[in-house]
Design a protein around this ligand. Structure first.
Ligand SMILES: Nc1ncnc2c1ncn2[C@@H]1O[C@H](COP(=O)(O)OP(=O)(O)OP(=O)(O)O)[C@@H](O)[C@H]1O
Ligand SMILES: Cc1ncc(C[n+]2csc(CCOP(=O)(O)O)c2C)c(N)n1
Ligand SMILES: [Mg+2]
Ligand SMILES: [Mg+2]
Ligand SMILES: [Mg+2]
Length: 335
């Protein structure tokens, strides 16, 4: 038997923590080297801590055979998107992994590498976590901590009738990507397909735009369940209704090509979710400042509708011709 074929003994729970997670906590003193029972860190004067949690389950949020680095990126970025929606800057995160006993250590190696890459890209560090085994599918959860100027966190409930509705980036890429991944949508063009799948697996959280919406946006949230559903959530909290002009919703060239004028696919794009873009409201007087922010940040900001004094939570969706766009559902609902 040659040396390479001798299987190395399993690392075990604590060996895995030492090998894969301690390096991710090295730059954050509050993590105490992952050697203590908990993390300890302070908040600078004049700032508040923003805390958000999101979980992901194999078969529900991602495909079991997705690359572990992509799974890590989606887990991290969905939480970073929530921080951005609050106007907060990333600080640290904790991580819970529930993994099947037989899962190869190389999976964890790819997962940790993905986390490390995003830590560097977004300026966030591992503060602690928990590692457990599961008899079910891979289940992961991140709790992210961010900082916001005291009293300035962006609320979902600040929208007022007359405010305009804005969204960052493009909408629908991930929903179309999911259809491709499930084999329900055939897109022959390789570049188009790759872009939509990339946006499904690696969303682009708007971490630089979020904090700069403080003082401009009246209400804000991020789009995870679907644009129409999430606008409904914002409206419900703001006690008003909204008009959404589907023809003005920003689409990537890839999404535009995939939709190809089909109203069913357009409906999918605005209800499918997994966008991780920012959805916010602002008075028309903020338009110039928002255009300047978009130019400066390199992230598109597009006006897509307005709030009105209708029934709280009601969202009317018009197509480009001004007719009501029929929707089978407004967005994702777990139950
Ligand atoms: N199990 C739970 N325990 C306590 N609070 C919860 C629980 N589930 C949701 N929440 C709270 O309910 C609110 C709405 O949660 P929701 O998950 O819809 O928001 P989100 O995380 O922004 O969206 P998404 O999960 O789709 O990314 C949040 O304030 C969240 O903290
Ligand atoms: C394999 C697979 N099937 C379906 C979906 C779609 N999906 C799952 S949960 C969710 C809402 C956001 O999650 P949450 O509300 O839990 O934060 C969406 C749009 C997916 N991404 N992968
Ligand atoms: Mg959530
Ligand atoms: Mg959110
Ligand atoms: Mg949700």
């Amino acid at each position: 038997m040659i040396l390479e074929e001798i299987p190395s003994p399993p690392l075990g729970e604590f060996g895995r923590i030492a090998r894969f997670f301690k390096p991710l906590a090295a730059g954050f003193p509050g993590a105490r080297g992952l050697r203590d029972d908990a993390a300890v860190f302070g908040v600078p004067e004049g700032r508040e801590l923003v805390v958000t949690t999101d979980a992901m389950v194999a078969g529900v949020h991602f495909f079991p055979d997705d690359s572990p680095a992509d799974i890590a990126a989606k887990l991290m970025r969905s939480n970073l998107s929530d921080l951005a929606a609050m106007g907060a800057e990333p600080l640290a995160y904790t991580l819970v992994t529930a993994l099947p006993r037989g899962l190869d250590e190389s999976w964890l190696e790819g997962f940790a590498a993905g986390l490390g890459e995003d830590q560097r890209q977004f300026g966030i560090a591992l503060a602690g976590g928990d590692s457990v085994s599961t008899t079910g599918p891979i289940t992961l959860s991140v709790t992210a901590f961010g900082l916001v100027p005291s009293g300035r966190a962006l609320p979902r409930w600040g929208g007022r009738p007359g405010d305009r509705v804005f969204v960052t980036g493009t909408i629908g890429d991930a929903a179309l990507g999911l259809e491709i991944a499930y084999g329900r949508l055939d897109i022959p063009d390789g570049e188009t397909r790759a872009h939509l799948l990339r946006r499904l697996r690696r969303p682009d959280p708007r971490t630089t735009v979020g904090p700069r919406l403080i003082g401009l946006a009246s209400g804000a949230m991020d789009v995870s369940d679907g644009l129409v559903a999430d606008l409904g959530h914002l409206c419900e909290e703001s006690g008003c209704a909204a008009l959404l002009r589907a023809g003005t919703v920003p689409l990537s060239d890839s999404a535009r090509g995939a939709i190809d004028g089909d109203p069913v696919r357009l409906a999918l794009a605005i209800t499918g979710g997994d966008d991780y873009e920012l959805l916010f409201t602002a008075p028309p007087s903020a338009r110039d400042a928002l255009a300047a922010l978009a130019a400066d940040s390199g992230v598109a900001i597009t006006e897509i509708g307005e709030l009105n004094p209708g029934p709280p939570g009601e969202v009317t969706v018009l197509d480009a011709a001004g007719a009501t766009l029929p929707l089978a559902r407004r967005g994702w609902d777990h139950f």
